[in-house]
Design a protein around this ligand. Sequence first.
Ligand code: NAP
Length: 283
Amino acid sequence: MSAILIDGKETAARIREEVKAKANELLERGIPVTLAVVMVGDNPASAVYVRNKQKACDEVGILSVTHHLEEATSEEALLKLVHDLNEDDNINGILVQLPLPEHINEKKILLAIDPDKDVDGFHPMNVGRLCTGEEGFVSCTPAGIIELLQRYEIATEGKECVIIGRSNIVGKPMIQLMLKENATVTVCHSKTKNLQEVCARADILIAALGKERFVKQDFVKEGAVVIDVGINRDENNKLCGDVDFETVKEKASYITPVPGGVGPMTIAMLLKNCCIAGERQHR
Ligand code: NAP
């Protein structure tokens, strides 16, 4: 049996269409949804991410205002900018592109963002809201995974879900989101014993560890749903996930490919969060 492919590219395109309609509806109500993107320095990868986000905003009718500051910008100056953006009623969402230069304390900056404009969902207040089930913003990649599961009508209630990875942006929020979906959740990390055995119990296996093709066929129960968050380059510089796709797809019931699975969902969810921010700030 070969698994059903979960098409993140197509799903993300559909979400962007929905966001476009929403942004237009908000514009007609006098709310031009606006995202402020802050980038410090000239990290080439960050520059690509920022450009992609601007382009994605343009395509769905969200305004984006980019503040590109020089590498030597002081922490104080960056805090002042974040503060000004917090106070600016024309700005609905604020995104500070990471990583920041070493002389700037990243945590301090993220903490300074108004939680109600924190469309990345990284602020501790939003992390707490997710844990206690209150309205907030959820980190975009895990939120995108939930959208994929829901849109493919994959049952989660009472299912054994195993997550590999416990990072603040993927693994940890994923735990809370799957609990909310009534799954029984196990989280694994680099110190987990018998990882393969634990993973083989999963009805839904979410791999977010950042190790190319780490999850082999014997990690996967027959018929399991396999979600691959990893973005890695193999020895031939080819993009690949944390899952050994070619063998695992023969055993799984559903699987996300890399590229074209979880990846495209992240920006789509960021755009969705911008509209949610705009709407909430005007109710
Ligand atoms: P990260 O911060 O490096 O965290 C990796 C996690 O995996 C850690 O909790 C680590 O355990 C665990 N881990 C590492 N090696 C392991 C092993 N051999 N066995 C079990 N657990 C292991 O990574 P991340 O930011 O969560 O990202 C994970 C992957 O997802 C990366 O490939 C990244 O590029 C990708 N990603 C994709 C998107 C997207 O848009 N699609 C977004 C974010 C990340 P410890 O905590 O014990 O160290």
